[in-house]
Design a binder for this molecule. Structure first.
Ligand code: KPL
Length: 315
């Protein structure tokens, strides 16, 4: 299988390092020439919290960048089966969509791994709804420097089409699921991606801002009654919006959130990593999008508003 991963942040490097040994070919596209050059020289160094030794990936792999991406075409002879889009939501621009189009053949599927909601319409206009797959993952990863990534927590990855067809559960994408499983990622096809995306949106809206404001790892949120009660308030407020939107939140979502904190206890959430590296966070796409929906419904969410304002102030 030939895979391109666009985005060489923590999740992009983690998936690239683990999948490359099982792929016929892997291309990793970084945002800058500097990172692409360093990756080409050093490869990806992969570590985990249990084994601190680093392994260099062995598969056939090459690196590029999309700094001047618009109009760049696919120079490779064979097309990619899948392009994994692993950049943050704000990085999805028209130029990037054009780049993806140029890299795609009629048989290429785009798998979009973003947190939050609202990006799929731009992507489906770019690649066509039938060729777009949505993915959510609770794998934890932390990048250090430009080429080193640590696998800081195991999670589950769900993949499904935008139109939620029956095919999705026993689908033609079983080769992709097999590949991800072989590489060590628990993966399920889902015909209910809207609910999965909402689950992940709520998980991120509860965990990420608190870790970013308090500068703690995911697991540390479980150590105090104060943080747990803030988590619960964020969860309950988010559920009010989900219910108002007709989204069936699973009964055990609160338990799942606690489990995610536990399973990724050593992880710096993506929002904390953004703050640590003085980057803008995804707060607008996560708590901000929930607050926007609340406004449209004439509802107030005081806990979401407070964490939103605090993260904005820190940014
Ligand atoms: O998705 C995550 C993130 O950090 O964005 C979790 C699941 C919370 C793992 O850290």
């Amino acid at each position: 299988m030939r895979i391109m991963i666009i985005g060489a942040g923590s999740l992009g490097l983690l998936f690239a390092a683990k999948l490359s040994s099982f792929c016929e070919h892997m291309t990793v596209i970084a945002r800058t020439i500097e990172q692409a050059d360093q990756l080409a020289q050093e490869g990806i160094l992969l570590g985990s919290t249990s084994e601190l030794h680093r392994t260099t990936c062995k598969g056939s792999i090459d690196f590029g960048h999309y700094q001047a991406a618009a109009g760049a075409t696919n120079g490779s002879v064979q097309a990619y089966d899948y392009i994994f889009l692993m950049v943050k939501q704000p990085a999805i621009t028209q130029e990037l969509v054009q780049y993806i189009q140029a890299q795609s053949s009629p048989n290429t599927y785009l798998v979009s791994f973003q947190n939050g909601i609202g990006h799929e319409s731009m992507l489906s206009q770019g690649v066509g709804r039938a060729k777009l797959l949505l993915a959510v993952t609770t794998e934890g990863a932390k990048r250090e420097g430009l080429t080193t990534v640590f696998h800081t927590g195991h999670g589950v990855t769900y993949i499904g089409s935008v139109d939620q067809t029956e095919d999705d559960e026993n689908s033609m994408h079983f080769l992709l699921v097999n590949l991800l499983e072989k590489a060590g990622f628990q993966t399920k096809m889902s015909k209910n991606m809207v609910v999965r995306i909402w689950d992940k949106l709520i998980i991120n809206a509860v965990i990420n801002p608190l870790t970013a404001i308090l500068r703690v790892k995911n697991g540390e949120l479980l150590n105090s009654v104060w943080t747990k009660s803030l988590m619960l308030a964020l969860y309950q407020e988010a559920c009010i919006i989900a219910n108002a939107k007709g989204i069936q939140v699973p009964d055990d979502l609160w338990q799942t959130i606690l489990m995610v904190c536990e399973a990724t206890s050593g992880n710096h959430s993506s929002m904390l990593q953004d703050i640590e590296q003085s980057r803008n966070t995804e707060i607008d796409r996560i708590n901000g999008s929930i607050l926007q929906m609340a406004k449209e419904l004439n509802l107030e969410l005081p806990t979401h508003l407070t964490v939103y304002q605090l993260v904005k102030a820190i940014e």
